[in-house]
Design a protein around this ligand. Structure first.
Ligand code: GEK
Length: 241
């Protein structure tokens, strides 16, 4: 795994974060050292797929990056006739993802689409995954996307929604943000790396509170939603149709 040192040297001007070739090369290391509990979300995506993948249905991984959640779904599925659709709008990510999918030994069909997740048709779905992707969609577009996911899910289907979150209470927000930064330092990132990355993600990654996420899920029509995981300012929710 190539180590992420993108923000190790002082940059004259920190550019807005993009999922380009440079990020793709180090992404596996970057996400693991930046998102507390990332590995657990992947492990449980497989468990959730084992429980909720329905016979002859489609499982979607929206914002699939290198396909980590795609492969978790693939190995979690316990029923027949399923296929997986992975979608990402970064060409670099999708090219590398294709290599990983080909090298993987499961024979559950996987289709990778280079597209905006806001344009992809979602139908006959039993499981939809947004593993740290919704946070990159403009706030005003999120409702329409969740509505389409709800419409595309079968009865009994689920959405797994993992996000960086914020807290309305400023004190709580500050404490959890600090703990996240201490986590990043414990993973070997320097203070400079943490602060330059924070700058790069400003206005690119827009976190919302758990309350806002659950309200939007309810609004979209989900019968229930639960936070099944939280570590500092990262969380994963499960919404049921
Ligand atoms: C994992 N789920 O490893 N359309 C398609 N893709 C998009 C869009 C969009 N509008 N916006 C962002 N992306 C993965 C990790 S990373 C999370 C997901 C992170 C893609 C973007 O190109 C990137 O690959 C992914 O969403 C977000 O479980 O970097 O924190």
């Amino acid at each position: 795994m190539t180590q992420d040192s993108i923000y190790a040297d002082k940059q004259q001007q920190v550019q807005a974060f993009r999922f380009d070739d440079k990020v793709t090369r180090v992404f596996a290391d970057m996400i693991q050292r930046s998102v507390p509990g990332y590995g657990l979300t992947l492990q449980m995506i497989a468990v959730i797929a084992a429980q909720y993948a329905q016979k002859d249905s489609v499982l979607y991984d929206l914002g699939c990056s290198l396909g980590a959640a795609t492969l978790a779904l693939r190995h979690g599925i316990q029923t027949e006739g399923c296929r997986i659709v992975g979608v990402d709008n970064s060409e670099a990510m999708l090219d590398t993802c294709l290599g990983y999918v080909k090298a993987d030994d499961s024979n559950v069909p996987v289709e990778l689409k280079h597209a905006d997740i806001q344009d992809v048709v979602i139908e006959n779905a039993s499981v939809v995954v947004l593993n740290f992707t919704l946070q990159f969609i403009a706030l005003q577009e999120r409702e329409a996307l969740l509505n389409r996911i709800f419409q595309g899910l079968r009865a009994g289907g689920v959405l797994i929604l993992s996000e960086k979150i914020s807290f309305d209470d400023l004190g709580k927000n500050e404490r959890q943000t600090q703990l996240h930064e201490v986590f990043k330092r414990s993973q070997g990132y320097s203070e400079l790396e943490v602060s330059q990355k924070r700058q790069a993600l400003e206005n690119v990654l827009i976190p919302e509170s758990l309350e806002d996420h659950h309200a939007r899920l309810k609004q979209a029509g989900f019968a229930d939603s639960q936070t099944w995981f939280q570590c500092f300012n990262f969380a994963s929710m499960l919404a049921f149709k």
